[in-house]
Design a protein around this ligand. Structure first.
Ligand code: FAD
Ligand code: SIN
Length: 524
């Protein structure tokens, strides 16, 4: 028995929900989420959405800043598309009910500044932008009634191809119902990957637990091309505290004049870039990494004590309160911070409408490589990308309707039995995340990459055997995915014989004269 829809959307973040809303007038949509429907990176986004809304700003300037951060690898048409559509997509969010922080002198928006931006152009809702956007989008989806159905705690396991020998087009997905343990078949002429990123491939990350790269792994196994996976962005400032898991200290703090310091109190960014704290993220993260290695300190600090308490509480209520919970009063003490894996700049390769090279499959949001980010994403460009590409993909999806549901067999569990050794899964999880942190982190070498590759080969063999012998659980599905994604990151990094943007290697410290994307595709 299958569940049949016109569009199957895997993921309920900014990309998946925006797509569902735009497509709903044209067909029935299923939105699947791994945990509860608000859980995903979108809900934790702090800084905001970049867009040209100020009188002293221009599309040309936002385009230029994006291209500069992208270090020669952005696709210019994707950049132009996103930048020019930005204002319209933001106003749609406002019409849906999203409430952003207003400007001081009656301006519609208070525009923040972040690294790599030469203007103030970040629309935000205090430091809880993602929560407000997710709230507004979910409410709007609920207003659509039966046209958008949510399936929470449903984990997509694999894409279904029309030709089971590996080929044809995508007709839906096998999905694990996390509550019953049953694997269900969802079919649709349009399948949309909106599964977000893969920060959980690394030991330390700002990302929530759902960010295990499922979309990239599923697409790659199905034979779609993935691109630029070596460009994992490390956010410079994640809170350093034993009890604070994954808590981001927004770049918007540096936009308000926050100063990075060593534990000794000395500043250091002036030695790395003329823009100091507001240099592009790759440069700031590498500078912190280098200073931590040089001094042997476990963290650096971000000093906000130049600002009045009342301003900090009003502008950054979430960060202020979380720091307080952990015994840090940011009005009088510098905040201890470390870099952590934050954003997957590559992903499933798409065109300007989110189409992948697997017919029937679209990819939008962080899972996709649209060409906007190139070798390094500019701050606050990813929520923007999610909105713009959802809009474009919904139009493309309308053209894909019409095919009748494919006849596909139900999931075959084979001779799989319940696992009596769940510890194997958690050990392998831990090992992969640790080796990625140690060998494929902010600074890489050929030798470390080769070491990571060898270990991953062994782990993936083990996981493959374990996978088919045991009944599926969400943990096992995610383990297989982080292993596949880790291997793609290593492969991308190993092929890039240069340093560029987020990929920095001591063995090839210069950028090559020609910038090329890394495309990886499994033979179908
Ligand atoms: P997500 O919002 O991550 O949603 C992914 C969805 O996919 C979830 O619903 C999840 O359950 C579902 N899913 C995943 N795998 C499966 C599966 N196998 N089956 C079914 N469902 C699945 N960007 C900015 O532009 N500005 C910011 O200020 C900003 N701040 C950030 C702060 C933090 C702490 C983090 C982590 C990221 C931030 N980013 C920011 C990045 C940005 O939030 C994300 O890139 C963006 O929200 C991704 O949206 P998405 O819709 O692609 O995916
Ligand atoms: C932040 O608030 O620092 C995150 C912004 C982003 O990831 O774009």
């Amino acid at each position: 028995m299958s569940e049949n829809f016109d569009a199957l959307v895997l993921g309920g973040g900014i990309a998946g929900l925006s797509f569902a809303l735009k497509f709903a007038p044209h067909g029935r949509v299923a939105v699947l989420t791994k945990r509860n429907r608000a859980e995903g990176s979108t809900n934790y986004a702090q800084g905001g959405i970049a867009s040209v809304l100020a009188e002293d700003d221009s599309f040309e300037s936002h385009v230029e800043d994006t291209l500069t951060a992208g270090a020669g690898l952005c696709r210019r048409d994707a950049v132009e598309l996103c930048v020019r559509q930005g204002p319209a997509r933001i106003r749609e969010l406002v019409q849906l009910g999203a409430r952003f922080s207003p400007g001081e002198r009656g301006d519609e928006f208070d525009l923040g500044r972040e690294g790599g931006h030469t203007r103030r152009r970040i629309v935000h809702a205090q430091d809880l932008t993602g929560r407000e956007v997710e709230r507004a989008l979910l409410a709007a989806c609920d207003d659509q009634g039966e046209r958008i159905r949510f399936f929470e705690h449903h984990v997509a396991v694999d894409l279904i191809l029309s030709d089971r020998r590996g080929g044809g087009h995508c007709v839906g997905a096998y999905v694990l119902d996390g509550r019953s343990g049953e694997v269900r078949t969802f079919l649709a002429p349009v399948t949309v990957l909106a599964t977000g990123g893969s920060g959980k491939v690394y030991l330390y990350t700002t990302n929530p637990d759902v960010a295990t790269g499922d979309g990239v792994a599923m697409a790659w196994r199905a034979g779609a091309t993935v691109a630029n996976m070596e460009f994992m962005q490390f956010h410079p400032t994640c809170l350093f505290h034993p009890q604070a898991r994954n808590f981001l200290i927004s770049e918007a703090l540096r936009g308000e004049g926050g100063v990075l310091k060593l534990r000794s109190g000395a500043t250091f960014m002036e030695r790395y870039h003329p823009l100091r704290e507001l240099a592009p993220r790759d440069i700031v993260a590498r500078a912190i990494d280098a200073e931590m290695k040089r001094t042997g300190d476990d963290y650096v600090t971000l000093d906000m004590t130049h600002l009045p308490r009342a301003f900090l509480m009003e502008r950054f209520p979430n960060i202020y309160a979380t720091c307080r919970e952990h015994g840090i009063d940011m009005a009088v003490q510098p905040i201890p911070v470390v870099p952590a894996a934050h954003y997957q700049s590559g992903g499933v390769d798409t065109d300007l409408a989110g189409r992948t090279d697997l017919p029937g499959l679209l990819a939008i949001g962080e899972v996709a490589c649209t060409g906007l980010h190139g070798a390094n994403r500019l701050a606050s460009n990813s929520l923007l990308e999610g909105l713009v590409f959802a809009h474009e993909a919904a139009a493309a999806a309308r053209e894909m309707l019409g095919a009748s549901p494919a006849a596909v067999p139900d999931w075959d569990p084979g001779k799989a039995v319940d696992s009596d050794e769940r510890v194997v899964v958690s050990h392998n999880w831990d090992e992969i995340r640790r080796l990625m942190w140690n060998y494929v982190g902010i600074v890489r070498t050929d030798k470390r990459l080769a070491r990571a590759r060898r270990r991953l080969e062994l782990l993936r063999d083990e996981i493959r055997a374990y996978y088919w012998d045991h009944r599926l659980t969400a943990d096992l599905v995610e383990l297989r995915n982080i292993a596949d994604v880790a291997a793609l990151v290593v492969e991308g990094a190993a092929r890039r014989g240069e340093s560029r943007g987020l990929h920095y290697t001591l063995d090839h410290p210069q950028a090559s004269p020609r910038a090329e994307e890394t495309r990886l595709r499994r033979a179908r």
